[in-house]
Design a protein around this ligand. Structure first.
Ligand SMILES: *[C@@H]1O[C@H](CO)[C@@H](O)[C@H](O)[C@H]1NC(C)=O
Ligand SMILES: *[C@@H]1O[C@H](CO)[C@@H](O)[C@H](O)[C@H]1NC(C)=O
Ligand SMILES: *[C@@H]1O[C@H](CO)[C@@H](O)[C@H](O)[C@H]1NC(C)=O
Ligand SMILES: *[C@@H]1O[C@H](CO)[C@@H](O)[C@H](O)[C@H]1NC(C)=O
Ligand SMILES: *[C@@H]1O[C@H](CO)[C@@H](O)[C@H](O)[C@H]1NC(C)=O
Ligand SMILES: *[C@@H]1O[C@H](CO)[C@@H](O)[C@H](O)[C@H]1NC(C)=O
Ligand SMILES: *[C@@H]1O[C@H](CO)[C@@H](O)[C@H](O)[C@H]1NC(C)=O
Ligand SMILES: *[C@@H]1O[C@H](CO)[C@@H](O)[C@H](O)[C@H]1NC(C)=O
Length: 398
């Protein structure tokens, strides 16, 4: 069994659209999933990268030829981290890559590597966490005994990726290529990434629910998208657990904590942003006024509507009799949620109103109106969260 054929992927939602081909994956005994394609489009995808050694942020982004800001965003790490932060060996990072269609299959060829003195194809493969095999490095670059690695030589590093129309079982998803580690099983991998074993088997076209170390799995990560938000000229798909910066970095969007609705607010990192305030109000994008009533809350939110030609679109959206933020008995449906990593804060003046770090939700209100700001202007400095009530999404459809 030197070169077993690739496992064939056949997602039920796509099976009528796809012609599948058998392609040999040149990794001894290792399986990888191949997505045939014919279009010239590309999609957002992720690599699951387990760091082989301690590396600085800049080193990792250089290794994959991606932007450090994008790497932070994919991992929901504050952009304030940009600098010489060290990520330790064995740490898990999501690496965002664009997934084009090259010669009939999905894969990324945009990463290059400059050979160092002591490198071997195996050491280079290890540096990329096994996402590319030594044999793939040799094949892609014509390395053999006549043509050995030369120090200073530039290699193309083919990296595995899949798109599957950014959908999994009808849910917007971004696919992550993950190298199975020693000790991993489908169950443990599924549990870690919130995917059922059955789904992993189906997505990866596994004949039986078994994987071996070195296999590369395609893991669907649920995402929230702007598809139904009626945005101007902009479509965005953000995997749960990531954020995205848009509109010249003026706007930051991420999934809600309890749902897959896209929430956008001011990013607070770009300095030259205008048109962030909703007309006829004192609210900035992502901010809300909340008025408590006898039966619920009236909420007015300044929502992001996309950008075009340097112009940022936004509008006020109202929802009346909505669940109040922090009504803990209706937490799951709460329109308010905070980005992970937001420090615990108290809303003055009442010390009883505090953000619970565990749930990220506002504690119950004591019957008064208040304002919520997406970047903490009215609360505390550096508080950064965004909100978009579930109910408000419906307003866009009207
Ligand atoms: C990385 O992306 C950020 C935000 O999009 C941008 O401001 C910056 O110029 C980019 N850096 C490089 C090196 O491309
Ligand atoms: C962007 O919007 C303009 C005006 O609404 C429209 O004419 C144009 O086709 C849109 N472009 C894209 C790529 O959607
Ligand atoms: C998003 O991810 C978080 C943490 O990774 C998880 O707790 C939550 O259930 C996920 N949300 C959805 C809607 O899948
Ligand atoms: C809080 O939730 C409970 C149960 O969901 C509901 O009966 C109550 O009206 C809610 N209160 C507010 C202020 O939204
Ligand atoms: C909340 O109350 C203020 C005045 O107290 C009013 O201006 C505002 O329109 C109200 N907002 C909602 C959503 O009812
Ligand atoms: C929302 O309510 C405000 C007043 O509270 C009003 O000025 C505005 O027109 C309303 N917007 C929508 C979209 O209903
Ligand atoms: C809440 O909204 C309802 C319906 O829009 C309105 O009748 C009511 O006066 C509002 N209450 C407050 C406190 O703004
Ligand atoms: C909310 O902000 C408005 C405008 O700045 C202000 O008039 C109002 O008093 C604020 N409400 C609360 C509860 O702070």
């Amino acid at each position: 069994m030197k070169h077993p054929p690739a496992q064939i992927h056949l997602p039920t939602v796509l099976h009528t659209l796809m012609v599948l081909v058998l392609i040999s994956i040149p990794i001894s005994n290792a399986k990888s999933m191949i997505e045939p394609c014919s279009s010239s489009d590309s999609c957002s995808s992720l690599l699951g990268y387990i760091l082989p050694y301690d590396s600085e942020l800049a080193e990792i982004s250089y290794r994959f030829r991606i932007n450090a800001s994008d790497l932070l965003a994919a991992n929901s790490i504050s952009p304030k981290t940009l600098g010489d932060q060290i990520f330790h060996a064995k740490a898990f990072l999501r690496v965002p890559i664009s997934c084009p269609c090259v010669d009939g299959i999905r894969r990324s060829l945009s990463t290059t590597y400059t050979v160092q003195a002591a490198d071997t194809p195996d050491s280079i493969s290890a540096g990329f966490g096994g996402l590319v095999s030594a044999e793939q490095i040799r094949d892609t670059n014509g390395i053999n005994t006549q043509n050995p690695l030369m120090s200073g030589e530039k290699l193309v590093i083919p990296l595995p990726c899949t798109c599957f129309d950014n959908v999994n079982n009808g849910i917007a998803s971004v696919y992550m290529s993950y190298v199975v580690q020693r000790g991993d099983g489908l169950g443990s991998i599924g549990a870690e990434f919130g995917v059922s074993t059955m789904n992993l088997v189906a997505v990866n076209g596994l004949g039986q629910p078994e994987v071996d170390p070195g296999d590369i799995l395609s893991i669907p990560i649920s995402a929230c998208s702007s598809a139904n938000l009626n945005w101007y000229n902009e479509s965005l798909i953000v995997p749960n657990g990531s954020y995205a910066l848009t509109a010249n970095n003026c706007i930051k969007c991420s999934c809600g904590q309890h749902d897959l609705n896209l929430r956008c607010g001011t990013s607070g990192i770009a300095t030259t942003c205008s048109q962030l305030q909703c007309k006829g109000s004192d609210l900035f994008i992502g901010d809300s006024h909340v008025n408590q009533t006898a039966t619920g809350c009236n909420i007015t939110t300044c929502v992001y509507r996309g950008h075009l030609g340097g112009k940022i679109f936004r509008s006020l959206a109202n929802s009346s009799q909505a669940p109040c933020p922090g009504n803990q008995s209706s937490n799951a449906a709460s329109p308010f949620s905070f980005d992970p990593g937001v420090p615990s804060i108290a809303i003055s003046p009442s010390p009883s109103q505090s953000i619970s770090p565990s749930t990220g939700a506002l504690a119950p209100m004591s019957g008064q109106n208040f304002n919520i700001s997406s970047n903490g202007r009215l609360l505390v400095t550096a508080l950064s969260f965004s909100l978009l009530p579930l109910q408000l999404g419906i307003l866009f459809l009207l």
